[in-house]
Design a protein around this ligand. Sequence first.
Ligand code: NZQ
Ligand code: ZN
Length: 394
Amino acid sequence: MENFHYCAPTRVEFGRGVETLAGELIRGFGGTKALLHYGGGSVVRSGLLDRMIASLEAAGVAHVELGGVVPNPRVSKVREGIELCRREGVDFLLAVGGGSVIDSAKAIGYGLAYDGDVWDLYEHKCAPKGSTPTGCVLTLAATGSEMSDSSVISNEENGKKRGVNNDLCRCRFALLNPELTYTVPAYQTAAGSADIISHTMERYFSHGTSEPTDSLAEALIRTVLEMAPRAIKNPEDYDARAALMWAGSLSHNGLTGCGRGGHGRVGDWACHQLEHELSGMFDVTHGAGLAAIWGAWSRYVMPSDPARFARFARNVMGVDGADDTAAAFAGIEAYERFLREIGMPTNLRELGLTLDEKQLDALAYNCSFQGTRDIGSIRVLEQADMREIYRLAQ
Ligand code: NZQ
Ligand code: ZN
């Protein structure tokens, strides 16, 4: 087992009605004026926004509102939020929504503690030095942003999507009420489930052994394989929604990476890095982009470690057979079958993209940061490998 850093400081309140605790919790963390940050309107239509305002008012927390965060959240909205918070003297950020809203709030938090343009941090010109305390009410089980150290933002001026990983942005609290996800459409439920599984896979398909972590990872993926179809069939199945919600948080709070390693990185993350270029350039749904790229990536890298893929096939996908390579292929096919069953694409065409040669070049060029970085750990990928995976994913 490798040495590891595990930091999961987010206070979690889980279950029916927990969103009403927001005002009290913000007070407890010293907040006096909150930014109520939300997306394109689902929280208005559901009445959740009004309930959040009531919770803040009951606790004597003043607030200003900023809605309109879009999926693949934009840096322009983040800049607007920073200006608003400075003008209004906001000292706590409350994100009410999915990963995009939480990431936008985290970015506003970084920006408030930085004198220059917040995009500098996402270009990694410098590291964040601080952030404004942030809490969230989650409405979509997917990204794990509610407990993660990550914020991912898109720049509409140059089509780049970039993430910053730093413990500074972790939410002070996450309020997880599975009932708030009853209205999530089937496509978003499926994409969220693919994302949850991917966060665990990215750490699982790397080098090293950490048996407790591997066993937890396998159980988490099996849980999502069972619960996603249930939640899609019956959106108000509380237990299925609850399982997806908690699996989402556990899959990206660092737990499934403890003790695993490889190439100086915890985990592989190639699928995420390949996907972030797709959603940066073409504005696709993150989880669907991951599903579309996974088959090509897994077939490309599997020969580097057939035993690992065979373990996944046997322990997660229920594949039999003694030969590792055959089992590995069967496991890949079984996971792709699952993705199709829940309505996810398994290639770029099904995602709605037909790429020409120039676009393939541009994706690989951007993903390799203009040829300056490699990605992955189970197999390290150079720019040419990235291009080949995009091509194979068509
Ligand atoms: O904007 P509204 O109207 O709220 O609608 C949203 C949005 O259209 C809708 N939605 C959310 N909750 C709903 C609901 N609709 C009905 N009922 C509800 N209860 O769902 C749509 C998608 O929302 P979004 O927040 O974009 O989805 P998700 O949570 O999947 O977030 C995706 C973003 O997070 C990033 C992704 O790259 C992408 O930008 N990620 C963030 C990570 C992190 N911070 O740790 C890790 C991930 O790997 C990922 O990169
Ligand atoms: Zn993800």
